[in-house]
Ligand binder design. Sequence first.
Ligand code: INI
Length: 156
Amino acid sequence: MESVTTIAGRMDAAGLKIAVVATRVNDFIVDRLVGGALDYLERHGGRASDMTIVRVPGAFELPLICQKLAAKKTFDGILALGAVIRGGTPHFDYICAEATKGIAQAMMASGTPVGFGLLTCDTIEQAVERAGSKSGNKGAEAAAAMLETIRVLEQL
Ligand code: INI
């Protein structure tokens, strides 16, 4: 039987320049996501000196800043980190929808991989669970997905 060609990403962050875009809203959660992401990248060969953290007000501002950074072409990948926590009004739904769509658009328009590490939770407890406790660390997971995508893309 003929062999199958498989293209898979090396989980090696050595030499990669990464921008981490993180919200100030809910920073007690978001700082955990940032920590998880940086820890993941450094444990996979990345250097702190190759990483830049950009702080933005809230999730609604993530798309613009991700798009601007991606368009510069000085970063191999971008990580969008934040936490939207539902309140008593439809505000949550609008912010989540715009942030999600805008971050995807930033990636598609630039061709630069953008890791999606935006928590969208009904409660603070759910956010805590996803920021380094019961349900892992979504910042680290977004970093892993971004890294794999960078390494796949460079083979295509
Ligand atoms: N921004 C967040 O990142 N998370 C939230 O939970 C949140 N809530 O709940 O309102 C939030 N709002 C701010 C928003 O992202 C913008 O920064 C603001 O509307 C100014 O443009």
